[in-house]
Design a protein around this ligand. Structure first.
Ligand code: C2E
Ligand code: MG
Ligand code: MG
Length: 761
């Protein structure tokens, strides 16, 4: 059967129970009341049997429930039938006691299984409720009836025990509701059923004690409705989860819990204030009860205070630790550096901070995935901890950046030693689940110097600045902070701001370097190189401002300007007959431009506006383009090729591209980097490397250009190696466009090329 219809049966039972209970109290007839009670008991028995088959019963709980129903039915049937023989009345009374005992132990069992994350506080709160109830039961029901009733002392003891155990039942009910486990429908129904039964017991006992004067039909109304609620609970599908810890409640029942426990605490206080102990037994019971209650409240307060302190501690800790590596985070590291600065000033110590950045971490994330990236960070954290002495603190302050604080270094060689220790700790590969991974780090070192360091932030910032210097120096190395670096940072900031305005102020220029066909000596093309003539008269080389333009994104408009400008120059030279009509223009393109969605349109527009055919434009990109975000780059390069534009790989040999990448990308030219060309004259290994590059390029059908040729010897060797084209200071420095005519003329002058190649003309 499906859950929804069964839940509806439960609802139906509650409805029937309500109708019968109301009828019972309205009609107020003992005969009818007995009949309704009988119906209620029978339906409960049937519901129980039905429920055992329907819902997955917990073996431990169901027999107890059956026994409870059986005992209470039998007890109810015989209750009142032995009024003539008071000694036999002990039988139903004992059965009621058994029911109460079973109920209490059954509930205790359920509670023990469902106790949440904070069992002690729940148990103590339950105990406070039970003690309050017990105090009330004692003062109102038990104590006044002692020795005054017409019943035998045995029955009096049994009834007293039954009522006493009610307090335990209340205790378990309270703990059931106070926990942080989700309370299902059956939990509420069971609670309702037991509460009504206890209420019935109370009315019954209060009536017996002469406290109130009502007929037994009213107390049986509570029992009847309770029995129906019980069967509704057993039938409900959620009963099968009664003994399990449900999902944790997001909002704990704090308010309800507070109200109930406070009421349970106030109750004894009010009773005590209004009454005096009647006799010595009363005094003893009151004293013990109040003593236990006070103990429970005290332990509850102690527990709460401790739990509060622990939570606070946990909160502070989690706010100061990095969740991934468990290391302190930036805020804690700042506090530690701050502390060490305070002691440094008072005790003359010299704290040192290392700023460590994992090299090319983005590549690891991009190529191996974020999980591997996380694993690398965890492994790096472990490495650092193992490599460093105990006095050092290690923190992860963001992404792939770690900071080490040595609170007491003697001198700069100490600091350097520490940094080298960290650097060396990266030499061994990191063993990850994904396989062994080699990583390196760039480290910036900054030691406390009272003349330039005043805050923790200063020390960290200086180490950070030095780390950037280490990155610039080629990564996998250590750089120690010095004041000149601060100047560089300010300078860089100034360049960054001025660069935004350089275009509109017309401070940028292009110079061009001819590219020559080695065999013929003809100038077959040019490379456009950017220069920045600042308003203060200084000339900046691209190495100084292109990286900043790339970082800030200014390279996109700068690059677009350079394209149109270069092609316009070429068009002018061709028109003026300065160069061949099929001469080409090479323009450098940075990855940032290539990834700009408008780039292809920008190139197309420049070609159209300058009236240059696309095959006369070479775009120079570096190998890095093929490595970072290769798919995006491939799309852009394919679109450019479709236009007819050709692509050259610049500075070939300095990146890490593979042969397969060269085949995959639409490339038509390789430019051998000047660092290899430099060595060909002296160094055999450089010679064989260049020979291999040329052979490989030839086999792939690529046009080969050697960059940075500075000597005749280099040119001769490259000519022997059958390198197609050459570019370098030997042939011509980059020149302004207006000088190109004379430059080409001198190159074309009779015998000039042969002279350059060292041949006799
Ligand atoms: P690159 O594209 O490899 O340009 C060649 C660089 O080598 C130029 O430096 C050039 O002046 C220099 N060079 C040429 N022949 C010789 C030689 O015989 N010996 C030596 N030592 N150097 C030689 P430059 O002009 O300083 O440009 C540096 C780099 O800046 C360029 O390298 C290029 O990557 C970048 N760059 C220049 N202009 C632009 C541009 O408009 N856009 C972009 N994105 N990058 C540019
Ligand atoms: Mg270039
Ligand atoms: Mg180059």
């Amino acid at each position: 059967m499906k859950d929804a219809p069964i839940a509806r049966i439960s609802l139906g039972l509650i409805g029937i129970g309500l109708v019968l209970a109301v009828t019972n109290s309205l009609v107020n007839s003992v005969a009818l009341s007995n009949k309704i009670y009988f119906i209620a008991t029978v339906q409960l028995a049937i519901a129980l049997l039905f429920a055992v088959r329907l819902n997955k019963p917990d073996r431990a709980v169901w027999p107890v429930l059956l026994l409870i129903v059986l005992c209470s039915s039998v007890a109810q049937i015989f209750d009142g039938t032995f009024t003539a023989q008071p000694s036999l009345q002990a039988i139903p009374e004992s059965l009621f006691l058994v029911v109460q005992l079973l109920l209490a132990s059954g509930l205790l069992f359920i509670v023990s299984r469902r106790l949440g994350s904070d069992p002690l506080s729940v148990l103590v709160d339950g105990l406070i409720v039970a003690l309050g109830a017990w105090f009330f039961i004692w003062k109102v029901l038990l104590q006044p009836t002692i020795g005054t009733q017409s019943i035998t002392p045995l029955i009096s003891v049994i009834q007293g025990s039954t009522l006493g155990i009610s307090a335990i039942v209340l205790f378990t009910l309270a703990t059931l509701l106070f926990g942080d486990s989700t309370r299902s429908a059956s939990v509420w129904l069971v609670t309702g059923a037991i509460s009504l039964t206890l209420f019935g017991d109370f009315l019954y006992a209060a009536n017996d004690a002469g406290r109130i004067d009502i007929t037994s039909t009213y107390s049986s109304t509570a029992y009847i409705f309770g029995l129906f609620l019980a069967s509704a609970a057993f039938i409900h599908p959620s009963i099968s989860l009664l003994t399990e810890r449900g999902p944790i409640l997001t909002q704990r029942p704090l308010m309800g819990r507070l109200i109930v426990t406070t009421a349970a605490l106030i109750l004894p206080v009010v009773v005590l204030a209004l009454t005096n102990p009647v006799d010595s037994v009363d005094r003893v019971v009151q004293t013990i009860s109040i003593f236990v209650l006070t103990a429970a409240v005290t332990s509850r307060i102690i527990h709460s205070v401790r739990a509060n302190a622990a939570t606070q501690h946990q909160l502070i800790e989690s706010a100061q630790t990095d969740a991934l590596t468990g290391l302190p985070n930036r805020s804690l590291m700042l506090a530690l550096v701050n502390n060490s600065l305070i002691t440094a000033m008072t005790e003359g110590r010299k704290p040192t901070v290392l700023f460590i950045d994992v090299d090319r971490f983005k590549n690891i994330n991009d190529s191996l995935g974020h999980q591997a990236g996380d694993a690398v960070l965890i492994a790096v954290a472990q490495r650092l901890r193992n490599a460093l002495p105990h006095r050092c603190a290690v923190a992860r302050i963001s992404g792939d950046e770690f900071v080490v604080l040595d609170p007491d270094t003697q001198d700069s060689s100490d600091a350097m030693q520490l940094a080298n220790r960290v650097l060396e700790s990266f030499y061994e590969p990191l063993n990850l689940r994904q396989g062994d991974v080699f990583v390196s780090a760039s480290i910036g070192v900054s030691s406390f110097d009272p003349s330039i360091t005043s805050t923790a932030d200063d020390l960290l910032r200086h180490a950070d600045t030095a780390m950037y210097r280490a990155k610039d120096a080629g990564r996998n190395c250590v750089a120690v902070f010095d004041e000149s670096m601060l100047e560089r940072v300010t300078q860089r900031l100034a360049i960054e701001t001025a660069l935004y305005r350089a275009l509109e102020r017309r401070e940028l220029r292009l110079v061009h370097q001819p590219i020559v066909d080695i065999d013929m000596g003809d100038v077959v093309g040019f490379e456009a190189l950017m220069r920045w003539q600042r308003d203060d008269g200084t000339m900046l080389s691209p190495a100084e401002f292109i990286p900043i333009a790339e970082e800030t994104g200014t390279i996109v408009p700068l690059g677009a300007w350079a394209l149109l400008e270069a092609l316009t120059h070429l068009r002018g030279w061709i028109t003026q007959g300065i160069c061949r009509s099929d001469a080409t223009m090479s323009v450098n393109v940075s990855p940032r431009q290539l990834h700009d969605p408008n780039f292809v349109a920008v190139v197309n527009e420049a070609l159209l506006r300058a009236h240059v055919p696309p095959e006369q434009l070479w775009l120079e990109v570096t190998e890095s383009v093929m490595i970072a975000q290769p798919e995006q780059a491939l799309d852009a390069l394919n679109a450019l090729c479709a236009l007819g534009v050709r692509i050259a790989i610049d500075d070939f040999g300095t990146g890490y591209s593979s042969l397969s990448l060269l085949q995959k990308f639409p490339i038509q030219r390789l430019k051998i980097d000047k660092s290899f060309v430099n060595g060909v004259a002296q160094d055999e290994s450089a010679r064989s490397l260049v020979r291999t590059i040329i052979a490989m390029g030839d086999s792939l059908g690529l046009d080969m250009v050697a960059e940075g040729i500075e000597s005749v010897e280099q040119l001769q060797i490259l000519a022997e190696m059958k390198c197609a084209k050459a570019q370098g200071f030997l042939i011509s420095h980059p020149v302004p466009p207006e000088s190109m005519g004379s430059t080409i003329a001198s190159l074309n002058s009779f015998g000039a090329w042969n002279k350059l190649r060292g041949k006799k003309s």
